[in-house]
Write a protein that binds this ligand. Structure first.
Ligand SMILES: Cc1cc2nc3c(=O)[nH]c(=O)nc-3n(C[C@H](O)[C@H](O)[C@H](O)COP(=O)(O)OP(=O)(O)OC[C@H]3O[C@@H](n4cnc5c(N)ncnc54)[C@H](O)[C@@H]3O)c2cc1C
Length: 294
């Protein structure tokens, strides 16, 4: 049963921030409610005040600038991202990502801000957005601040959001030329949270023969989405070969720290990290190679 609470609806960011400041440590923000309501029904979260931001229009937008990249308002739904023509054109990986998140019903309600602020290490957007070098804009009543999404996730279901702060926006820079991104999650139930997921971004050099830059980010392999810089370094300046892929997959597996639970053992998760890392690098690499031939 859900614990009693006061329901407070904000229509503007200003009003939301005022309510957050007023109710200090006894509130929870609700947007789509797809993650929060589960925790409330389980009695794991019992806020005295529920501050609803779902109808704050200022937080719902998708904008693209050819120099600055993509900005998503925190209350933009998964479904809006999935169906956006701008995103399909400039960031098709986000469409693939969204199509594999939950069901239409959940995607119609759940928001990108809610997903990131929930801080679930198996959440799908985290690894892909970090691979794309995303940052987040956060505000309280006094100030605004921006930070890399990579630094936003602090621990299991814990983010850098402080008391009184609201996530306003997620920003993704323009994807550099000669770059491709690949993402896959391994799950038991289709479109459910992944057991392990891997996002890989590969940028190749001028003639496409070697890797200029790589970003590899794991989901479900630690308490937060995990960027594997040691594995990325192995790729820089190198030509992709089966031997190199084996080395990188092994390194990613070593650097991860998954747990054992009812869904999979730690050993199996490490094995999945190895397999998916190799597969995603190869996929991204082949994608760039094909686009260079066109
Ligand atoms: C059946 C089901 C299947 C799912 N499958 C997947 C899946 O495959 N992959 C996946 O990644 N996710 C999945 N999810 C999780 C869900 O899609 C996301 O977590 C959802 O996007 C949360 O968004 P929301 O707006 O509903 O957040 P809410 O539930 O409203 O909020 C979630 C958390 O974020 C906080 N919050 C929300 N907005 C803000 C803000 N702007 N600023 C600060 N804090 C904020 C809330 O206080 C709360 O702590 C699934 C959920 C369900 C119910």
């Amino acid at each position: 049963m859900i614990h009693d609470f006061n329901y407070l609806k904000a229509d503007t960011v200003k009003e939301a921030l005022r309510l957050l400041a007023q109710h200090k440590d006894d509130y929870k923000i609700i947007c789509g409610g797809q993650s929060l309501l589960i925790l409330m029904r389980q009695g794991l979260v019992t806020p005295g005040n529920l501050i609803d931001i779902k109808k704050v229009k200022e937080l719902s937008y998708i904008k693209f600038d050819p120099k600055k990249g993509l900005t998503l308002g925190a209350a933009t739904t998964h479904r809006e991202i999935e169906k956006s023509k701008i995103i399909r054109k400039h960031y098709p990986i986000l469409v693939d990502l969204e199509e594999n998140i939950a069901s239409n019903q959940t995607r119609n309600w759940g928001t990108i801000g809610g997903n990131l602020c929930h801080g679930d290490p198996t959440g799908d957007p985290g690894p892909v957005f970090i691979a794309l070098d995303a940052s987040v804009k956060i505000a309280n009543r006094q100030r605004e601040r921006t930070m890399l999404l990579e630094e936003f996730f602090l621990d299991f279901f814990e983010t850098a959001l402080e008391e009184g702060e609201l996530l306003l926006e997620v920003r993704i820079p323009v994807i550099p030329p000669k770059t491709a991104v690949a993402y896959e999650k391994f799950n038991i139930i289709k479109n459910d949270q992944g057991i392990i997921s891997v996002a890989a971004l590969i940028t190749v050099n001028k003639d496409g023969s070697t890797c200029k830059n790589a970003r590899i980010v794991l989901g479900g392999a630690a308490n937060t989405p995990l960027r594997i810089k040691e594995a990325e370094k192995l790729l820089t300046g190198q030509k992709i070969s089966p031997a190199l892929l084996d080395k990188v997959g092994k390194k990613a597996s070593e650097m991860s720290s998954p747990v054992s639970d009812i869904h999979a053992s730690e050993t199996y998760r490490r094995y999945l990290v190895d397999v998916l890392t190799k597969r995603m690098i190869k996929k991204a690499w082949e994608h760039v190679a094909t686009s260079l031939k066109q």
